[in-house]
Design a protein around this ligand. Structure first.
Ligand SMILES: [Zn+2]
Length: 81
């Protein structure tokens, strides 16, 4: 994940991405519990939420990439992580 210090948009996008990632992990935990208790209905619902969260993460990643290309394309000091 690239992050340019002092850029508000980077800060906003990366915290949104972080929140979506946390949500994804939380849902993974819930799914494990639902599967363990063989709760099919709950599992299906959680999988649907996981897919939504995965899509949100993907689109945020694209937004971050687009933002970097547009705003930070000349900055080569940005670190990848
Ligand atoms: Zn930025």
């Amino acid at each position: 994940m690239t992050f340019v210090e002092g850029c508000e948009e980077c800060k906003r996008l990366s915290s949104a991405y972080e929140a979506a990632t946390m949500e994804w992990f939380r849902l993974q935990g819930q799914l494990r519990i639902a599967e363990f208790s063989r709760d099919k209905e709950a599992s299906h619902q959680i999988v649907a939420e996981l897919n939504g969260t995965a899509r949100r993460r993907q689109s945020l990643r694209e937004e971050i990439e687009a933002h970097h290309l547009k705003v930070h394309s000349r900055t080569t000091t940005a670190s990848n992580c």
